[in-house]
Design a binder for this molecule. Structure first.
Ligand code: DGT
Ligand code: CA
Ligand code: CA
Ligand code: ZN
Length: 588
């Protein structure tokens, strides 16, 4: 069990205790314990032999240690199971709905004995929830909205979570010598922003009969498996403790390409591709491209596409949104790659809500081969994140310049190799206030290289007011980039509503760039909007919004998204060198 899984169970137990009206002190201790487990850099499962170390974590006492030990040795927690029995598992789903906390759920259960999403939805539609104490029409509508969002996203996973599980499964299956290739397919290979389930394809000359059976046994015995959903000659499926499903399919070398093509999808792309095969009097399925019983292509994807008169199409484009036509005419874009990126221009340090110093971020960026970074703290409106006021911002600019003076001379990367220069630009992620003003004096903004404007509050303005707000921000000549423009949090908060085309046109006129925020919790802009940028000639930047060095890893998710948006290197400003990047920002 990973730290994240342990923490989730502790948190759920705390929520269930709150619904049951148990001792607030105990509830709080479970929540604090969950936080401590989440933040512990070492795997708790590895520390279990040294319980003293676990007790040293802040907020973990003897009671919680016992709970963690029980989770790790029994795989479950008796207290949680008992509470779940009392309320049936529907309670856990209710807890995931935004607008519904443990207190409200307890009230609903007490009055109506309702404990599932369906039951609560019915009550809300019937106008019954508003009759509860401290509830009204508005909170009822909020709950209905929350249920709608939950239905759309439930059962889906963030890209980084699915990727980590897929990589761990691949690693585990490497224990099987007969497997010669193991490939991720499905939505994960296409780089979708969220993932329904992980599709793995295993192939090997000798992966037949008893060997295949043994490999299947090995797969379902993987750590983290909660339930075996199926195990047969063609595939095996498991569900992990996290709820994520992994499908593993066995392919033969003759049909490896066909299987890879078929199981990568998307379904819409496959249907269109199959249509092209049928037009030629052929058949296309997961075993190959066939004319009657004769196989035309099957070993590689490229051969299948080629036989159908197409260039090989990168998985990120396979959504039946123009890629077949482009591939036929030899006009597929040269998609941007991680290696094209030369700088990262949105990040935070301890001065606001980051976890590391300017130097730590700079060293990490240098080690990753960056040529430049921009330090962009929050502004004061974001008090929670210790946002900077004008006086602190001025001081911070000086610190950044001091660091730049050192790093631009060249430094040895921690990964070895010769000295390399790193440029450190000044910047700010300034809040766009509700009325569209920027949360910082213009004369301070004027001194900064990279001024990113972002929405961090008042997400529920009516669309027309939201559009005016963003357009007004663009009118400020110091704004150079709009950060995570739709402010969505994947699986948690919907995008804000406004007239994107009007904003895009204003950006084009003013020379403002739009950010693709690479954080797997945001991926904002989404692929459709980012593609519109390319079409409208509005430049984008791909930024990690790193709050500590390990977030630099997220760059590849932003690149995946940019590829799904058909973007080429020239359309992404931070593929340029440091001076060319600055020169391409909105002119002052
Ligand atoms: P997900 O898992 O919801 O994130 O999305 P996918 O695209 O990974 O979907 P999944 O796992 O159901 O199936 C993987 C691929 O296999 C899918 O993209 C296309 C192909 N596929 C699966 N079932 C069907 C089907 O019934 N018809 C067709 N044409 N393709 C299918
Ligand atoms: Ca899938
Ligand atoms: Ca699947
Ligand atoms: Zn932000």
């Amino acid at each position: 069990m990973t730290n994240r899984e342990i923490a989730r169970r502790l948190r759920e137990t705390a929520d269930l205790m709150e619904i049951a009206g148990e001792d607030p002190f105990r509830i709080r201790s479970y929540r604090r314990g969950a936080d401590a487990v989440d933040q512990c850099p070492q795997a708790i499962s590895g520390l279990i032999v040294e319980p003293k170390k676990i007790l040293e974590l802040p907020g973990i006492g003897k009671g919680l240690l016992a709970a963690i030990q029980e989770l790790l040795t029994q795989g479950k927690l008796e207290l949680r199971e008992q509470l779940l029995q009392r309320y049936r598992p529907g309670m856990l789903e209710l807890l995931q709905i935004s607008g519904l906390g443990p207190k409200t759920i307890a009230l609903i259960f007490e009055r109506f004995q309702a404990s599932s999403v369906d039951e609560v939805e019915k009550l809300a539609r019937a106008g019954q929830l508003r009759t509860l104490p401290r509830m009204g029409e508005q909170s009822e509508a909020k709950i209905l909205q929350g249920i709608e969002v939950w239905r759309k996203v439930s059962g889906r996973f963030l890209l980084n979570q699915a990727e980590a599980a897929a990589e761990a499964a691949k690693e585990w299956m490497l224990g099987i010598a007969e497997i010669s290739s193991l490939t991720i397919a499905g939505s994960l290979r296409r780089g979708m922003e969220t993932i329904g389930d992980v599709d793995l394809l295993a192939c090997g000359e000798k992966l037949q009969g008893a060997a295949r059976e043994a490999a299947g046994e090995h797969f379902v015995a993987m750590p983290g498996v909660e339930q075996v959903l199926g195990q047969g000659a063609e595939k095996a499926s498991v569900r992990l403790h996290t709820g994520l499903q992994i499908d593993l399919r066995w392919l033969t070398p003759e049909s490896l390409g066909a299987g890879l093509q078929y199981f990568t999808g998307s379904q819409a792309h496959n249907i269109a591709l199959r249509g092209r095969a049928v037009q030629r009097g052929w058949k296309l399925n997961e075993y190959g491209l066939m004319q009657d019983e004769h196989i035309i292509a099957g070993e590689t994807e490229a051969a299948i596409y080629q036989a159908l008169g197409l260039e090989w199409i990168p998985p990120e484009l396979r959504e039946n949104s123009g890629e077949l036509e482009a591939a036929e005419q030899g006009k597929l874009p040269r998609l941007v790659e991680v290696a094209d990126l030369r700088g990262d221009v949105h990040m935070h340090t301890v001065a606001s809500d980051g976890k590391s110093s300017i130097e730590e971020m700079a060293d990490a960026a240098l080690a990753r081969g960056c040529e430049y970074i921009a330090i962009t703290e929050h502004s004061q409106a974001l008090a929670m994140a210790r946002g900077l006021d004008a006086a602190r911002a001025r001081k911070h600019i000086q610190l950044i310049r001091d660091a730049d003076a050192i790093y631009r001379q060249g430094r040895k990367p921690s990964t070895g190799g010769p000295e390399r220069p790193l440029r450190i630009f000044t910047g700010l992620e300034v809040d766009i206030l509700a009325d569209g003003r920027l949360d910082m004096d213009n004369d301070v903004l004027a001194e900064m290289d990279v001024v990113i404007g972002s929405l961090h509050s008042k997400f529920d303005l009516p669309p027309a007011a939201m559009t005016r707000r963003i357009l007004r921000a663009i009118e400020n000549p110091h704004l150079r980039i709009l950060g995570h423009l739709t402010a969505r949090r994947l699986l948690r908060r919907a995008a804000v509503e406004f007239d994107f085309e009007a904003v895009l046109a204003a950006c084009a006129r003013a020379g403002v760039a739009l950010e693709i925020n690479a954080s797997p919790e945001r991926l904002d802009l989404n692929d459709r909007l980012a593609r519109r940028c390319g079409q409208a000639g509005v430049p984008v930047v791909i930024s990690t919004d790193a709050h500590q060095p390990r977030h630099f890893e997220h760059m590849r998710y932003g690149v995946l998204l940019a590829r799904r948006a058909w973007l080429e290197p020239a359309q992404v400003l931070n593929t340029r060198g440091p001076d060319a990047f600055l020169a391409a920002l909105r002119p002052r």
